[in-house]
Design a protein around this ligand. Structure first.
Ligand code: PEP
Ligand code: CO
Length: 449
């Protein structure tokens, strides 16, 4: 059967969920033309290199750590906040690599994660209904009529914000900051004082001793690029399709289209309709893709998504990100995993233990998540994969390097009363640096068995 024709605008013939109402279509067109003339943010070759790494994950030879903000903010683009997010991810990766002995593929929810799907198109406060906040790429979080109007100029700001974030990430990961000889320096003060932070110090001491041992044996670490630099990739939810279309470029080497807004793009739980615009757009770009799967996903639907998004069955092309909730995972995931395995689709299975475990604190009214629920979902994820003889390929988590109080539990046992102290997220509650490290040690233990 010949494949359906695809072009970077073919999604426009399909229903697109979660799109803002742009008040001035002519202004949107003007902005899209500008974006289409800008340089790509990432290169096709980098996206291919990520697919190759993810094919190792699909084959059970590596582990995927996809982590970062729920929603990045235009107001938090400081070098410090980008560095601190990166260092928590590097710490987690080193814990997983050192403790479990598996290579870790590092992908940030960063440098482009500026758009959010919402459960309701409007938000009501004291009888006033306004359009919901949809991420800084679309509108502003302030609850006022003018702030909530979708502004196409924000797409340009999103591009520039992504470019400057990516520029700094490239410097940090290739310019010395990510050198394994600096593992101690990645431990921020507020993290180092926690039990997980102290455990990390011991591990970092072990790595330093190993590096010294290698030097003493005559294996000069200076000659090994892998000890001094890190391959770090970017990803975000491909939600605002006009933006993604405008950043799609045909690769001059292969003649194939790539969405050059990030290395990896994913389709969210609310936009993964088989006959919808998001699946239509993503099936045609050659980047590695993610697809969120919530508890209502059926095996038949997942197989159709695999066929739509990866008909050629390229290993590493498709990552299925389950986000079932700790209570549902044992019931729902086995059938999906078995169906995909039996159909022979070479996918990466990753666990997003965040989005199925969100609740509103009855004490303070904040949206939150408990680290124990997050760990319980990860436990369930590993149990399903061990039982089905498939590889629990990775985790997908929302975190920040900042010392926030948004999720409960962890080694300092944050309680609902602590939530108002530093609750800073623009959308979902994120793990702070300590909780992220706690989680990494827990996952490393699971991987070791
Ligand atoms: C998210 O990853 O921030 C998100 C909205 O997830 P989901 O699509 O799984 O609800
Ligand atoms: Co989120």
């Amino acid at each position: 059967m010949p494949a359906k024709p695809w072009s970077q605008e073919s999604w426009r013939q399909y229903p697109a969920q979660q799109q803002p109402t742009w008040p001035d279509p002519a202004d949107l067109d003007r902005v899209l033309k500008i974006l289409a003339g800008f340089p790509p943010l990432v290169f096709a070759g980098e996206a291919r290199s990520l697919t190759a790494k993810l094919s190792d994950v699909a084959a059970g030879r590596a582990f995927l750590l996809q982590a970062g903000d729920c929603a990045e903010s235009f107001d938090a683009l400081s070098a410090d906040s980008i560095r601190d997010k990166l260092r928590v991810i590097l710490q987690m990766a080193v814990v997983l690599t050192y403790s479990a002995g598996v290579p870790v593929v590092k992908v940030g929810r960063i440098a482009g994660q500026f758009a959010k799907p919402r459960s309701s198109p409007t938000e009501v406060v004291q009888d006033e209904a306004l359009p919901s906040f949809r991420g800084h790429m679309v509108n502003d979080i302030t609850f006022s009529a003018s702030a909530r109007v979708a502004d196409a100029n924000r797409l340009l700001t999103a591009y520039h914000a992504s470019a400057s974030t990516l520029n700094l990430l490239r410097s940090f990961t290739k310019g010395g900051f990510a050198d394994l000889g600096r593992v101690h320096a990645w431990n921020q003060e507020f993290v180092a004082s926690s039990p997980a932070g102290q455990r990390y110090e011991e591990l970092a001491g072990g790595i330093e001793a190993a590096l010294r041992f290698m030097e003493a044996c005559g294996i000069a670490s200076g000659e090994h690029v892998a000890l001094h630099t890190v391959d770090f990739f970017t990803s975000h939810e491909a939600l605002i399709l006009p933006y993604e279309e405008a950043l799609t470029r045909v690769d001059s080497l292969t003649g194939e289209p790539y969405d050059c807004s990030a290395h990896m793009l994913w389709v969210g739980e609310r936009t993964r309709q088989l006959d919808g615009a998001h699946v239509e757009f993503l099936r045609g770009v050659r980047n590695p893709l993610g697809c969120k799967l919530g508890p209502t996903a059926t095996a038949a639907e997942v197989l159709e998504l695999c066929e739509a998004l990866n008909p050629e069955r390229v290993p590493g092309r498709l990552t299925l990100i389950s986000r079932m909730g700790a209570e549902r995972i044992a019931d729902v995931l086995p059938g999906l995993v078995a169906a995909v395995r039996d159909a022979g689709h070479p996918v990466v299975w990753a666990c997003d233990p965040m989005h199925g475990n969100t609740f509103t604190s009855s004490t303070t009214g904040h949206k939150t998540r408990h680290l124990e629920d997050i760990c319980a979902e990860i436990d369930g994820f590993f149990a399903v994969h061990w039982a089905e003889s498939t590889w629990p390929g990775g985790i997908h988590v929302e975190l920040t390097g900042d010392d926030v109080t948004e999720c409960l539990g962890g080694s300092e046992d944050l309680s609902p009363d602590d939530l108002p102290m530093r609750y800073e997220t623009m959308c979902d509650p994120r793990l702070n640096g300590r909780q992220s490290l706690d989680l990494a040690f827990r996952v490393a233990e699971k991987l070791r068995v």
